[in-house]
Ligand binder design. Structure first.
Ligand SMILES: O=C(O)C1=C[C@@H](OP(=O)(O)O)[C@@H](O)[C@H](O)C1
Ligand SMILES: C=C(OP(=O)(O)O)C(=O)O
Length: 461
C-alpha cells in the first residue's frame, strides 16, 4: 500500500498503543501458566504470531468477554480489550503443524526456547525478512543444553527444527546479537527441572528488554536474577555477566490477570511528530505513557536534548510535545535499537549533525535499519554518513522535499519516514505503508486524527 503524506501540522490528544514487547511476553507467560487473562494487549501481526504459537503448544487464546467469551478457538479480534489464555502449564505439546512466526523476531526467539521443552519436534518458519535474521547463537545454546536445535539450511537462519525435552543446565551465549535469546532462555528455564544459568560471552546489547522480561516474570510470580562476574545478584540487566533462573517454577499472575502498559517505541513517532510538526502554540498530547522498564522511554530525554519542548507527567502517563527548533546530538542506541529510525528522522529536521552511535545490532532487524534510514532519508534530500556502527545525519545540509521512498517492508522505517514527511516540502509517497500492522496497526488513523495530511491507496498494492 502506498501512503501519501503531505507537509502538515499536528495537534491534539492521542493514545499510545499497548506495548508489543510486553504483549508477546504476557501471552507466552500466560501460555506457560495454567491460564490467565491479558488485559489491554497489543493486537497486531507480530503478537498474533505469538498467540498462534501458544495455541500450537496446546494452549488457546481468545477474547475474554463479549459474544465469543469462553470460545477459546475464536480468532483474536482486532479490538480485544482483554484476551483469555488457556495455558499449557509449563509443558508445551508437540505442535501439529509448522509454527509461522511471520515477521516477528521476538516470537521466533521466545518460541524456539519454548519448543525445546516439548517431547518431540517443532518446526518454525517466518517471512523472508525473518528467515534472514540470526538465530545461530540461540540454536547453539539450546544444542549445548542437550536438545536438537537446527537451522534446516545450516546457516543459522530459519526454518528451524527444535526437538526436546530440555531439562536445563548452564550455557554460554553472546549478548551483542540479540537480547531476545536471553529472554527466551529465562522464560523457558523457569519451567525446566534444573533451571538455566546463562553466561554472557560479550556485553549485553538491548539490556532494557531483559529488564522488561524480569519485570514481567516477577509479575507472573517467576524469579530470575541478573548476576555479576562473581555470581552476585544485580538490580537489573545492565552490566550483567549472566542470569540465573531456578527450575520448577510456576507462572501465575496476581489475581489471574496481567495489564500491558503503553509502547514507548510507538510513542517515539508521536513525540517526534509533535517535535517537528506541532501546530504553533499547540501541543500533541500522548496518553498511556506510564513509566515501565522500557528503555525506549529515553525518547523523551533524547528529544529534550535536541531542543524539543516536551513535558512528561509520569503519574498521569501523559506526554505533551510542542514544536521547537531542534539541534543534532550524539545518541548511543546500544540499549534502544528501535529508536534509531525515529532519531534519524529527527536528525534530518534538526540543525547540525546527529550522530547515532553503537548501532551495529540495529542492522539485524526486519531490515538493516542503519542502511535503510541512511538511504531513504537521502532520497528525501538529507545528507547522511554511514559507518558500520555509526549513522550520522547532517541536518544543516539536509533540505527535505517530498519523494517516493521505500518503507523496506519494515514498520519502523515506514513510521519514521512518515514523521520526516510531515516536515518535508510537498508530498512524500511511502511504499509498503501496510507494514505498520506489525506494531502500531492504527498509526495512520492516529496521525490523520492529529492532523497529518495523509492519503492511503488500496491495501495490498
Ligand atoms: O525483546 C524484545 O521485545 C525486543 C528486543 C529488541 O531486540 P534485540 O534484543 O534483538 O536487539 C528490540 O529490537 C525488539 O524490537 C523487541
Ligand atoms: C525488531 C523488532 O521486533 P522483532 O525483533 O520482534 O521482529 C521491532 O519491533 O523493531
Amino acid at each position: 500500500m502506498d501512503v501519501h503524506v503531505t507537509n502538515s501540522t499536528v495537534r491534539g490528544a492521542t493514545r499510545a498503543p499497548p506495548s508489543k514487547s510486553y504483549t508477546h511476553r504476557a501471552l507466552l507467560a500466560a501460555g506457560y501458566s495454567g491460564g490467565a487473562t491479558v488485559r489491554s494487549p497489543l493486537v497486531s501481526a507480530d503478537t498474533r504470531a505469538t498467540a498462534r504459537a501458544v495455541t500450537a503448544f496446546g494452549g488457546a487464546v481468545g477474547p475474554a468477554s463479549g459474544s465469543d467469551a469462553g470460545d477459546t478457538d475464536a480468532l483474536v479480534p482486532d479490538d480485544a480489550d482483554a484476551l483469555a489464555v488457556d495455558g499449557f502449564d509449563g509443558r508445551p505439546a508437540v505442535p501439529g503443524d509448522v509454527i509461522d512466526c511471520a515477521n516477528s523476531g521476538t516470537t521466533m526467539r521466545l518460541v524456539t526456547a519454548a519448543a525445546a521443552l516439548a517431547d518431540g519436534a517443532t518446526v518454525l518458519t517466518g517471512d523472508g525478512s525473518l528467515r534472514s535474521r540470526p538465530q545461530g547463537p540461540l540454536l547453539k545454546a539450546l544444542a549445548d543444553l542437550g536438545v536438537r536445535a537446527e537451522s534446516t539450511r545450516d546457516n543459522g537462519q530459519a526454518p528451524l527444527v527444535v526437538s526436546g525435552p530440555l531439562d536445563g543446565g548452564e550455557v554460554a551465549i553472546p549478548g551483542d546479537v540479540s537480547s531476545q535469546y536471553v529472554t527466551a532462555l529465562l522464560m523457558a528455564g523457569a519451567v525446566t527441572d534444573r533451571g538455566i544459568e546463562v553466561d554472557l560471552t560479550t556485553e549485553l546489547k538491548s539490556a532494557p528488554y531483559v529488564d522488561i522480561t524480569l519485570e514481567l516474570l516477577d509479575d507472573f510470580g517467576v524469579e530470575a536474577t541478573p548476576v555479576d562476574g562473581g555470581g552476585e545478584a544485580l538490580e537489573g540487566a545492565a552490566g550483567a555477566a549472566g542470569f540465573v533462573v531456578e527450575g520448577g517454577q510456576s507462572y501465575a499472575p496476581a489475581g489471574g490477570s496481567y495489564a500491558v502498559p503503553g509502547d514507548f517505541s510507538s510513542i517515539s513517532y508521536l513525540v517526534a511528530a509533535g517535535a517537528v510538526a506541532a501546530e504553533p502554540g499547540e501541543a500533541v498530547r500522548i496518553e498511556g505513557a506510564r513509566p515501565s522498564a522500557q528503555g525506549d522511554a529515553a525518547i523523551v530525554e533524547i528529544a529534550e536534548r535536541m531542543g524539543a519542548d516536551v513535558e512528561w507527567d509520569r503519574d498521569e502517563g501523559v506526554i505533551a510535545v510542542r514544536r521547537s527548533d531542534l539541534a543534532g546530538v550524539e545518541v548511543d542506541v546500544g540499549d534502544t535499537p528501535d529508536l534509531l529510525p525515529t532519531i534519524a528522522a529527527l536528525g534530518a529536521v534538526a540543525d547540525d549533525d546527529t550522530r547515532i552511535v553503537n548501532c551495529e545490532h540495529v542492522r539485524y532487524k526486519e531490515t538493516d535499519r542503519v542502511a535503510a534510514m541512511a538511504e531513504e532519508l537521502e532520497t528525501l534530500g538529507a545528507e547522511t554518513t554511514e559507518e558500520p556502527d555509526v549513522l550520522t545525519v547532517h541536518g544543516s545540509e539536509s533540505d527535505l522535499r517530498g519523494a517516493t521512498v521505500d518503507g523496506r517492508a519494515d514498520h519502523r522505517i515506514v513510521m519514521s519516514l512518515a514523521v520526516a514527511a510531515l516536515a518535508a516540502e510537498g508530498t512524500t509517497t511511502i511504499r509498503g505503508g501496510e507494514h505498520v500492522d506489525v506494531s502500531f496497526p492504527d498509526f495512520f488513523d492516529a496521525m490523520a486524527d492529529l492532523g497529518m495530511d495523509v492519503e492511503r491507496d488500496g491495501a495490498g498494492e
